[in-house]
Design a protein around this ligand. Structure first.
Ligand code: SAH
Ligand code: DHB
Ligand code: MG
Length: 228
C-alpha cells in the first residue's frame, strides 16, 4: 500500500533522531548473516523500548522472544548498574546468535538468555525470581500463545510495572471477527484478556514503518479498577 512512503519516513526519522549505532548495526548484520528472519523491532521501536525502561527506572526486565537479541540490547542498555534482563527463546540457533550479539555489546553479564519453549521456562522464572519481580515485560514471540504469555506476565510483573506486546495489528487482520488464523486469534484473545482484566489499564497503538502496518499494546499493571 504505502509501504515505500512508510520506509522513507522511518529512514528519515531514524537518521534525524538516532546516532549511528555500531553495536546494533553489527547485531543486525550478524542476525541476517546467520539466516534469522528480519522481524526484530525497528531501530526507532528499539529506542522506544529503551526510553520506556529509562522512564520507568526499570531494574528487571522480562522478554519473551529473543531472536538475535536486538530488542534485548536496546532494553538492557537502559538498565542501571545491577539491573538484569531475562529473555526466553525456543530456537537454540537464535539464542546462540543472540548470545554472540550480547557478548559483543558487552551485555553478556546483564542478559540471561534461556532456551526452550517460553511456557516451560516461565514457571521456572516464576519460582526463581518470584511473582511481581519484573518491572517490565516485553512479549514478542509466537502470537498464538499471547494470552498465556500475558497471564504469566501479569503474575511476574510488579504493580506499577508494564507489559508491552508487539505485533497486535498485523495489517489490520486483528479486527477481522471471522479470522481463523491462529496468530490473529491469539492477538484477539489477548485483547479480550487485556480489556477484561480488572486492575489493569491497557491501550494499543497502530504503527506504520519499515515493519509495515502493525502495532503494539501496553498494559499498566496494578492500576486499580480502571474508571473508564
Ligand atoms: N524480540 C526480538 C524479536 C523476536 S521474534 C527483537 O525484537 O529483536 C520472535 C522470536 O520468538 C523468534 O526468535 C522465535 O523463535 C521465538 N519463539 C517462537 N515461539 C516461541 C516459544 N514458544 N517460546 C519462546 N520463543 C519462541
Ligand atoms: C513476525 C513476528 C514479529 O515479532 C514481528 O515483529 C514481525 C513479524 C512474524 O512472525 O511474522
Ligand atoms: Mg515482534
Amino acid at each position: 500500500m504505502n509501504d515505500k512512503l512508510w520506509d522513507n519516513v522511518d529512514h528519515y526519522l531514524e537518521s534525524s533522531l538516532l546516532p549511528p549505532d555500531e553495536v546494533l548495526g553489527e547485531a543486525s548484520r550478524a542476525s541476517t548473516e546467520a539466516g534469522l528472519p528480519a522481524i526484530a523491532v525497528s531501530p526507532l521501536q528499539g529506542e522506544l523500548l529503551h526510553i520506556l525502561v529509562r522512564l520507568m527506572g526499570a531494574k528487571r526486565v522480562l522478554e519473551v522472544g529473543t531472536l538475535g537479541g536486538y530488542s534485548a540490547i536496546c532494553m538492557a542498555r537502559a538498565l542501571p548498574p545491577g539491573g538484569s534482563l531475562v529473555t526466553l527463546e525456543v530456537d537454540a540457533r537464535h539464542a546462540a546468535v543472540a548470545r554472540a550479539n550480547l557478548e559483543r555489546a558487552g551485555l553478556a553479564g546483564v542478559v540471561d538468555v534461556r532456551v526452550g519453549p517460553a511456557l516451560e521456562s516461565l514457571p521456572r522464572v516464576a519460582e526463581e525470581f518470584g511473582e511481581g519481580s519484573f518491572d517490565l515485560s516485553f512479549i514478542d514471540a509466537d502470537k498464538t500463545n499471547n494470552p498465556a504469555y500475558f497471564a504469566w506476565a501479569l503474575r511476574l510483573t510488579r504493580a506499577g510495572g508494564a507489559i508491552v506486546v508487539d505485533n497486535v495489528v498485523r495489517d489490520g487482520m486483528v479486527a477481522d471477527d471471522d479470522s481463523a488464523d491462529a496468530s490473529v486469534l491469539g492477538v484477539r484473545r489477548l485483547m479480550e484478556a487485556m480489556g477484561g482484566e480488572p486492575g489493569v489499564r491497557s491501550t494499543a497503538i497502530q504503527t506504520v514503518g519499515v515493519k509495515g502496518y502493525d502495532g503494539f499494546a501496553i498494559a499498566l499493571v496494578g492500576a486499580g479498577p480502571a474508571p473508564r
